[in-house]
Write a protein that binds this ligand. Sequence first.
Ligand SMILES: [Fe+2]
Length: 240
Amino acid sequence: METQIFKEKTYTLEILYHIGALEDSIHFIFDHQTKTCAIIDPAWEADLFIKIVTDKGYKLTDIWLTHWHFDHTNAVDELVEKTHAKVSVGINEVSYLQINTHPTTLKHNETIFIGNTAAKIINTPGHSAGSICYLLAGHLIAGDTLFVYGAGHCSLPGGNICELFHSLQKLKQIDDDIILCCGHDYGSKKVSTMGEQKRDNAFLLIDKESDFVNYVQGMQYGTISYPTTPMTYSQIMAML
Ligand SMILES: [Fe+2]
């Protein structure tokens, strides 16, 4: 199992890569002062996640979801049963969620906390109807909205290509030095900054909605291949 750890002022972010059948990335936010932990999109390995948190002397108190898809939520009920953690999800995602636990709903621009560590909610529909990203001091937890050199598909219920375009335009306003943390490790490298992605990610480089739709539909039809490496604007335009 590959992991990555980022030590920040008020929290430590730990990432587990390639977890479960769909190789999800699982994010833990450990708040230093209160010794509480939030896990983002727990799936596949509930007991492993509990062990990771308790071995450090922390308590798992919160489960933050970016979207409803099975591969991001299938350990939620077991974790709630075993830890009584509180589940939070974007308000527009509730009707799609397939878990037994009743969640707290989050709105755009709201700030939530794990201990003394703050996370701002950014509504980013497109990959799903109520996808959200969590912006912390130093990191963007983007779920499946934005990947390193890529972005999420829009082919499941609630997905919408035009909405994804506008959500990604919104994410371009995030500071360049923020580290992008994704729901899957689909790119040619695991870690990147928003500055690097704004410069080299095809889905962020396209600035016209109609071009974006053509690009994503081209992938759906198999005429354009999904990018995993840096792209230039002219390379993208040559494909359309
Ligand atoms: Fe997803």
